[in-house]
Ligand binder design. Structure first.
Ligand SMILES: Cc1cc2nc3c(=O)[nH]c(=O)nc-3n(C[C@H](O)[C@H](O)[C@H](O)COP(=O)(O)OP(=O)(O)OC[C@H]3O[C@@H](n4cnc5c(N)ncnc54)[C@H](O)[C@@H]3O)c2cc1C
Ligand code: SF4
Length: 458
């Protein structure tokens, strides 16, 4: 293991893309395979409804700027999505060619067009004529940026408040660099700022600025603050040195910070996409043996199949039906983890398979580093401060992303309900767009009511 986690060779492994970009000739061959279906199923399968046949056709006529405009018009996060969308389950999964042959590589073509404009510094959109209305957005991740971009294009004055030093949310700080480089996320944020959007970074709403001030000072507020850190395992010893929150760990690595020496044995607890990202990141940091422990089996794991395959290719090992009982330390540092074997039982009430510990099957694994990756907690304080209705931190919204409080909207992971599909960048982008349209209608209604009041006083 290298002394500095982000030393030269290690850094280049972290930056080495999982997926190589297509060359120009491959792009053209792939684009010419498209049948340009009328009523194309890929468009319906894309949560942001990008006009896929149209952007692909524009690539064949060498109108790459036009192609990127089609993509980014429908999806303000189109460059990130080209890399991180689970395309097998979305657009490419719906491609009619997929029945008999390989589907069109829509994600790769989308990447080609968006990389092309990004690398050449092409700006795609302009702000709308000023309306005199002001909106605040809490959180500068995919949902907040999508809402801000749409509102600015409608001519509203938009201010984004972001707790982190840079915009982009999990695209900048959460998704591993070898799947989504920071440059791509930051370019998308820059495109939004170029529309005249103001952003205050390093600003935690609720601490640095009261959320009620936003409601008072703006005509509308969009809550897009995502979810919180990894919840505690609630077992003894998890505060020992060498036990990481997966999101903190990935964020430090992605920001180029030193995470110290991980040692030769890393275990990751959990088996969702965050766990896979933490495990593959550790592998690329030269951690030696990296093992994922999960209390259920591969059938129940929430990571996408392609991520599971990728982790195995990177050399990550998996142990199923094992739940952590306590973390053991020496001199304040983690030394081992005690697990117990589990068996799956179907709950009488919910039909859900639950892991049940089997007494007497405890075993201990010697480790140097433990990474907790068991989902994300919910942020409730702003919601309570605003009197916005929520279910254990999941904001209650109607189909237009309106909360119970007039003038307050929500989008993205903060309103993501478990069991309602996957939390994805493309879904956050779409919800940001929907929220922006609802804000626009709300602001028009404010104008009309002020005009009516003015007329009745006149
Ligand atoms: C490790 C990991 C890997 C993932 N991989 C994928 C993937 O491969 N493909 C995919 O589609 N999706 C993936 N996702 C999911 C995807 O990243 C999220 O669904 C998406 O980022 C949600 O966007 P958001 O804007 O709602 O939230 P976030 O991206 O979390 O952004 C919320 C922003 O709000 C800010 N904030 C929070 N509180 C405050 C406050 N009080 N004041 C000001 N700012 C605040 C935060 O700092 C953050 O920047 C992954 C998630 C994780 C954790
Ligand atoms: S945004 Fe994602 S789902 Fe939509 S077309 Fe692009 S890669 Fe496919």
């Amino acid at each position: 293991m290298s002394e500095t986690a982000v030393g030269g060779q290690v850094q280049s492994r972290l930056d080495q893309s999982v997926h190589r970009p297509l060359g120009k000739a491959e792009v053209l061959t792939e684009a010419h395979r498209c049948l340009y279906c009328y009523d194309a199923p890929c468009v319906a399968a894309c949560p942001t409804h990008i006009d896929v046949p149209s952007f692909i056709r524009k690539i064949t006529t060498d109108n790459v700027v036009g192609s990127a405009r089609v993509i980014m018009d429908a999806n303000p996060l189109g460059a990130s999505c080209a890399r991180v969308c689970p395309t097998d389950e979305l657009c490419e999964g719906a491609c009619v060619l997929g029945k008999d042959a390989a589907p069109i590589r829509i994600g790769d073509l989308q990447r080609y067009a968006t990389d092309w404009v990004r690398e050449r510094g092409v700006d795609l959109f302009a702000p709308g004529p000023p309306t005199g209305r002001r909106a605040a957005v809490v959180g500068g991740g995919p949902a907040g940026l999508a809402a801000a971009r749409e509102l600015a294009r409608m001519g509203h004055e938009v201010t984004v408040y972001e707790a982190q030093a840079q915009l982009g949310g999990l695209n900048t700080y959460g998704i591993v660099p070898f799947r989504l480089p920071r440059d791509v996320a930051l370019w998308e944020a820059e495109q939004v700022l170029k529309l005249g959007v103001t952003a205050y970074t390093d600003t935690l709403v609720g601490r640095d600025i009261p959320v009620e001030d936003l409601v008072r000072n703006f005509d509308a507020v969009v809550l897009a603050f995502g979810m919180g850190g990894v919840p505690p395992l609630q077992i003894p010893g998890e505060d020992l040195h060498g036990v990481w929150d997966a999101l903190d760990f990935i964020s430090k690595v992605k920001s180029g910070q030193d995470v110290g020496n991980l040692g030769g044995r890393v275990i990751v607890i959990g088996a969702g996409n965050t766990a896979i990202d933490a495990a593959t990141c550790s592998k690329r940091l030269d951690a030696g043996q990296v093992t994922i422990y999960y209390r259920r089996t591969d059938r129940e794991m929430t990571a996408y199949p392609f991520e599971y395959d990728f982790a195995r290719q990177e050399g990550v090992e998996f142990r199923w039906l094992s739940a952590p009982v306590r973390v053991l330390g020496e001199g304040g540092r983690v030394r081992a983890v005690e697990f117990v074997k589990t068996q799956l039982e179907v709950s009488d009430y919910s039909n859900r398979v639950s892991p049940v510990p089997i007494p007497g099957t405890e075993f201990t694994v010697e480790v140097d580093t433990v990474i907790r990756a068991t989902g994300q907690s919910r942020l409730t304080s702003l919601l309570d401060a605003l009197g916005v209705a929520h279910d254990d931190g999941v904001v209650r919204v109607d189909p237009q992303m309106r909360t119970n409080r007039a003038g307050v909207f929500a989008a993205g992971d903060c309103s993501f309900r478990r069991g309602a599909g996957d939390a994805m960048v493309v879904e956050a982008a779409e919800q940001g767009k929907i929220a922006a349209r609802a804000v626009h209608r709300h602001l028009l209604a404010m104008d009309e009511s002020e005009q009516r009041r003015g007329a009745s006083h006149g």
